[in-house]
Write a protein that binds this ligand. Sequence first.
Ligand code: F6R
Length: 243
Amino acid sequence: MRIIVVENYEEMSAKGAELFVEVMTAKKNCVIGLATGSTPIGLYNNLAKACAEGKVDFSEVTSVNLDEYYPLAPDNDQSYRYFMNKNLFDKVNIKKENTFVPDGTAKDPEAACKEYEQRIDALGGIDIQVLGIGRNGHIGFNEPDANGLFAETHLTALTENTIEANSRFFASADEVPKHALTMGIGSVFKARKIVIMANGADKADAIKKMVEGPISTMCPASLLCLHPDVTLICDKSAYSLVK
Ligand code: F6R
């Protein structure tokens, strides 16, 4: 794993954008893997700026997102589809029909997950995937689980920790959906290049466990140590507990 420690959120976002622009410049019709949450917003702002300045072109790009709450409609302002439209897709020249987010309204979530995984395969995998990390070490909605993790896109229950962390976006914790559709660890590993970003002291424990090991399903991000091309970009606070 390549580790880049930066001063702050702005530097982390700029570095992340640099890696995306590199891949997108080398391959016009690349597949980019995206995440939601607070972490990648700065990266998306940088990409939108680069696009406005003609430094990067999304016209042939396809995107796949990591996850979506279930059940939640795409026009709900807390849905991840809504987040992506607002923070990136509406600001760049990507074709909306080339943007994929798991379907939070699927009647048959298992079939929808299977279809989503097949889509990733049909696209030939992901060229570059950005990840955030949960305070408990989750990636996507792959929550710590002593009994093991799923490889493929699946329906999962959110942990209390994650519901509490995400309740800041909802009127109350009761309104946070209790389930999500998420790519599995194997789906994430289909990315040729992975960029994981973290900032702030509340991520320090998760980053320590991810970097120092042991590799364990109790810290899903630690499994990334097994992938051949992972770059961790984090600020000093998030890196502060690593020895
Ligand atoms: C979001 C996702 C989550 C977040 C993680 C960190 O699509 O998959 O794993 O990356 O919960 O969230 P933030 O960035 O809000 O701290």
